[in-house]
Design a protein around this ligand. Structure first.
Ligand code: 9PG
Length: 584
């Protein structure tokens, strides 16, 4: 077998249509149109090749600069912000930490020095003026492979690489893969959000997006109880829920016996899953459950019984053991908190995921939060090496959808967003909130990656910059509002800013506080969030929805407008002003 791993097929300054060219046995065919690129890659040789990526490189001439890029992050928690070429640095360049890079980028390798990247879609603009020219580049899909745009120095000026990322997927002799077409559109920088909406409309249609779920109002256990949540906590909050408009009551991380053993509850939950769901249903709420379906703790029953279900860690092609895809000491697991990644290309794993999903729905949970789902995208040895990372992620989600049924509400989290259109109903679109607005640079845990750490400002930024995704690709989950007024580092003004952003966005409205700690002001604020949210979401269903008008004007924008109202915030301090529209 020829292993061309790492080789890049790149084309510079290709003109004309229908041209084919080869590099060794690999042949790329492209048609360039004014409105985009259609392309495919084929193996004309007689041995299997593995392909890391296929890239078309545009040389950009005459940019005055500074050149800006709206950088869409890879997965739910990945920051989505504007970067300036020559000023900002891809976080991987500072980190040099493939374990974390695998979580936040399609390609876990370091970016080139000076290069900025965006996943799935990007907007580029030259200069800082509102009327300056901008161009949108966007892959129409992400089900077959990821797509990365890289803006960097090259030749005498600037290069833009349009990269179909296949992650070393093998292509047999005579094999051919169509690549997702790339859409190209241009307009003034001030219209960046409009171009993104048009792209999302297209990608949603191509991907058969599920965009019809009802407006979501609920309670989630995570941001008050974290891993230590108990059945008593759930019961205490359920007992206080009568005065709240929650439809969903979602049990988050902490109920399970072990990561991977989802059907058994841990010691703090005397009831089994069916009993837990029954208590929530009896209180008139829809039971929701958190799972990290593609992770297994090394000492879980599933990992001990089925060591062959785990992806392998390869070093220069040599198997060095099970693939570790995440680390969380609070989960225990027997290896200092390292978790293994399930191999979603293995037919038995697919059957297992399907049966787990069926079992949790049958136990009474029609709402599933599927977390840490980037796991199958991590580089490693998989049972079927012909699948791309995107296809591995999607295979896992498809199994869960089959098992859970068409009526279940699936919420992706920590999910490579491009990979799951048409399978999920909703996706988390930002990092975790926390009882603090912003972090100090000294809080940075991994060089370059401060933006992924829990902080309300981080969630706020993505809620604005990814507002165009809502009801076009799925329902947006901005993360929970923070209503508490004690034991919090959030000022009341910042808590209101966040609540208003959630409302104006039209995304899911979830509370995650101990309800016994909340007074009339918290009730009033949440009522306001729900009213704003219903209004904005109804408009989104009609093709409108929230828009960030200053998307390209700052690294982190501060404005969000929708049918419900206009929010104007200072992302540095969390201060804001809301102008509400009359109720529609
Ligand atoms: C449960 C939590 C909650 C939360 C999810 C997710 O980068 N990180 O270290 C990181 C850790 C946890 C995390 C997100 C990122 O939280 O977003 O809502 O469900 O898991 O463990």
């Amino acid at each position: 077998m020829t292993d061309a791993a790492g080789s890049r097929v790149e084309v510079s300054d290709l003109e004309g249509t229908g041209r084919a060219f080869g590099l060794g046995p690999v042949e790329v065919t492209m048609e360039l149109h004014d409105t985009g690129i259609e392309w495919s890659v084929a193996n004309r040789g007689d041995a299997t090749v593995s392909i890391r990526s296929v890239a078309l490189v545009y040389a950009v001439a005459g940019a005055r600069g500074p050149v800006r890029m709206f950088r869409n992050g890879y997965q739910s928690w990945s920051p989505s912000t504007v970067g300036v070429l020559g000023v900002d640095v891809d976080p991987s360049v500072r980190a040099g930490f493939p374990f974390l890079q695998a979580v936040h980028h399609a390609d876990q390798r370091r970016a080139r020095p000076g290069e900025l990247r965006s996943e799935w879609v990007a907007v580029l603009a030259d200069g800082w003026g509102a009327d300056d020219a901008a161009v949108l580049l966007g892959f129409e899909g992400g089900s077959d492979h990821d797509g990365t745009f890289r803006l960097g120095p090259g030749g005498d000026g600037i290069e833009v690489r349009v990269e179909a990322y296949l992650g070393d997927a093998e292509l047999g002799p005579g094999g051919k893969r169509s690549l997702h077409p790339v859409m190209i559109a241009d307009g003034p920088a001030v219209g960046a959000s409009v171009m993104l909406e048009q792209w999302a409309d297209r990608a949603g249609k191509v991907g058969g997006a599920r965009v019809g779920a009802p407006f979501q109002i609920g309670w989630c256990s995570w941001y008050q109880y974290f891993h230590d949540v108990s059945e008593t906590d759930i019961a205490a909050n359920l007992a206080l829920a009568d005065r709240w408009p929650f439809e969903v009551f979602q049990v988050d991380d902490g109920y399970q016996r072990a990561i991977g053993d989802w059907l058994e509850t841990g010691d703090r939950f005397p009831s089994d899953l069916a009993g837990l769901a029954a208590s929530i249903s009896a209180a008139g709420r829809t039971p929701g459950l958190w799972l990290a379906p593609f992770l297994v703790a090394p000492d879980s029953a599933v990992a001990r019984r089925h060591p062959d279900w785990i992806a392998r860690h390869l070093v220069d092609g040599v198997d060095t053991g099970p693939l570790r895809t995440w680390w969380n000491p609070a989960w225990g697991g027997g290896e200092d908190g390292f978790m293994y990644g399930l191999d979603t290309t293995h037919p038995e794993v697919v059957a297992h995921l399907e049966s787990v999903a069926t079992a949790v729905v049958d136990a009474g949970f029609p709402y599933l939060k599927l977390d840490f789902t980037f796991s199958p995208s991590v580089d490693g040895g998989y049972h079927d090496p012909t699948l791309t990372p995107a296809e591995r992620v999607r295979a896992g989600f498809a199994a869960i959808r089959r098992g859970a049924g068409d009526d279940a509400f699936l919420l992706g989290c920590g999910v490579p967003l491009a990979n799951v259109v048409g399978l999920v109903d909703a996706n988390r679109i930002g990092p975790d909130v926390a009882p603090v607005w912003s972090l100090d640079p000294a809080d940075e845990m991994v060089a370059g990656y401060l933006g992924i750490q829990p902080a309300t400002a981080h969630a706020f930024t993505n809620t604005l910059t990814r507002s165009f995704m809502h009801r076009r690709l799925w329902v947006n989950d901005p993360d929970c509002v923070m209503l508490r007024t004690e034991d919090t580092g959030l000022t009341q003004a910042a808590a209101r800013t966040w609540a208003h952003a959630v409302g104006v966005s039209g995304g899911m409205a979830l509370v995650s506080d101990d309800l016994s700690s909340l007074g009339p002001d918290a009730h009033a604020l949440f009522d306001e969030v729900v009213a704003l949210g219903r209004h904005a979401d109804a408009d989104a269903r009609d093709g409108g929805g929230a828009r960030c008008p200053d998307l390209l004007e700052h690294p982190a924008p501060g404005r969000l407008g929708s049918a419900a109202g206009d929010l104007d915030a200072d992302p540095l301090t969390g201060a804001s002003h809301l102008t509400t529209a009359s109720p529609g």
